[in-house]
Design a protein around this ligand. Sequence first.
Ligand SMILES: [Zn+2]
Length: 330
Amino acid sequence: MSPSRRERGSIAALALLAFAAASAAAQSPASTQAPSPPQATSAIPTPPPLLTKAYGRTVVEVQTARAVPGGVFPILIRGGRWASANTLLDGRRGAIALENGKLFGLIPVALDTEPAEHKLSLFFPGGRRTGGSVSLMVPVSAVSRPTRPRALPPEVLASAATQTALGHGRFLLAAIRTRDLKAYQSGPLRPPVDGPVVFPFGGTEDYGMEMGPVKDGLMGEHHRGVDYDVPVGTTVKAPGSGIILLARSLIFSGETVVIGHGRGLVSVLSHLTHVSVREGDVVNIGTAVGTSGKTGIGALTPHLCFSVYLHSLNVDPEALMDPGLWPAAK
Ligand SMILES: [Zn+2]
């Protein structure tokens, strides 16, 4: 018995969703209707910018200006004797490490986080005598993001459901999850191209169909990057210093470059026409890594999609471009 048309459709849809989740791929507006602009900053009801909590002689500082679903917040620990700490926010792990003599880290806020107060726990290494832990409540503010239609042709759905495509998705995910890199980047990321943002991170992708309750840890029907409207052939620059973790052609995201920046931060540049770096190359911020295009079945028009993952969680690249988050940059 072959599967019914409806079953095939739902299999394809599930496969697409799983793949899209793994791929961090760019997608372009399917209509000429302009998406509404991002409202990330205007929707934040001015929370206290800096939370502090004393822990013995140690002071924990948390900046909340970008603590929104899909955002990040920095932690700085003053007066501690530790060189690192692990963090836990809603069961998701993060880490902080010494940065210019300060214990510093960026903590991702998952896109599906409810706007409310969330418990952040820090665990300092060491046994009973030298280790320790402290918790504080961090307010996560609501944010409004636009929706765009994603009318993917049936042949795109079919190719996204192939074993090869799913394998590519897992391959990309493995690169995104690379851990324990040295800290290559110590300041805000830069836009990889000079061009206007046409669709922001986190916007809803309306596929016009039920995509199913797929739980893959990276969300489903939300835009995984920032889309820049640039013509084919535009120079794409490394948004931060790092090591090339992946540089090859994938079915959904096309010619793809993944850069590991250290501290759990990874960039993905999708739909390139040409890639000029190799896996293992070390690049500086601003180094050309290729040229933009519309390769991969996820690209309906020429553009550059720039995605960022922090400790394997997909977060807003524009948040990482905020110099205020990085004490080393001040
Ligand atoms: Zn995109």
